[in-house]
Design a protein around this ligand. Structure first.
Ligand code: IPD
Ligand code: CA
Ligand code: CA
Length: 257
């Protein structure tokens, strides 16, 4: 199997990052499904990444938030793209924003890049080879005590599940040191990978976590689900996702279940 190089994907993510930095100077906001913010930059960056991938890898399939959110996922090669993770942050001038690009081979994540163009931080991983932040090796924290743990989460655009979310939030807040809601699932997970956070849980879409999950695993973190995922590929199931230091995983799993 010959894979595209990680450097090629990093260059593509950085190119898309430059596009979204430029586009923030003349924002054009809309809403999908009435509540979900989307800007012209989300669509333009998705278009740029799509064009580059289709040009270089015409036989590969693409699942992406803006241009191909309903694509099927069972392919030899599948790219999973979030052109802007953290659109609400993006539109409000916050720096926690990322381009996320992952490559799956027969359902397994093999390469992943999460690039924050506002902080100039590029997280990357190759299955079996490790994870890097700006080309320096990263490792998750060794935290094993919930009372010392900083846990990130997020909340969906729709409000139907708020009562259930509050029950879990209360559990985590009661047992852990503190909580963060930073606004980009991909970066939350990469921040677990590099030890800035000790855990992350949320229900999200495949493009939100596909690259970051590989980065976290390659950095020594543990990833899974706090509620058993339905049949299918668990690597692409974002419902009830949990990523944490290995020692905290089962403790958080028990809290959230
Ligand atoms: C969102 C972010 C956010 C998470 C939401 C996602 P978007 O992605 O990752 O942190 O809480 O569930 O939808 O919409 O900015 O690409
Ligand atoms: Ca996202
Ligand atoms: Ca997005």
């Amino acid at each position: 199997m010959s894979l595209p190089s990680l450097d090629w994907i990093i260059a593509l993510a950085q190119q898309a990052g430059e596009l979204i930095r430029r586009e923030r100077h003349h924002l054009n906001c809309n809403y999908k499904h009435q509540t979900e913010l989307v800007t012209q930059a989300d669509v333009a960056a998705d278009g740029m990444i799509h064009a580059a991938l289709s040009n270089s890898f015409p036989s590969h399939a693409i699942l992406s938030e803006e241009l191909a959110p309903s694509a099927t996922t069972e392919h030899e090669f599948l790219w999973v793209i979030d052109p802007i993770d953290g659109t609400v942050n993006y539109a409000h001038g916050h720096p926690q924003v990322a381009v996320s690009i992952a490559l799956y081979h027969h359902g397994n994540a093999v390469l992943g890049v999460v690039h924050n163009p506002f902080l100039q931080e590029t997280f990357a991983a190759q299955a079996g080879r490790g994870a890097w932040l700006n080309r320096e090796r990263i490792q998750c924290a060794a935290t094993d005590d919930l009372r010392r743990a900083i846990i990130a989460t997020g909340f969906p655009y729709h409000k139907d599940d708020v009562p259930t979310l509050m029950v879990r939030l209360q559990q985590v807040l009661s047992h852990c040191a503190d909580i963060r809601r930073l606004g980009s699932a991909a970066l939350d997970i990469c921040w677990v990978a590099c030890g800035r956070l000790d855990g992350y849980y949320e229900s999200v879409k495949p493009w939100d976590f596909a690259a970051a999950r590989l980065i976290a695993i390659e950095a020594g973190a543990k990833a899974g689900h706090y509620v058993e995922p339905p049949a299918g590929n668990p690597q692409l199931c974002g419902e009830h996702l949990l990523v944490s230091t290995p020692a905290l995983y089962s403790q958080l799993h028990n809290l959230l279940r």
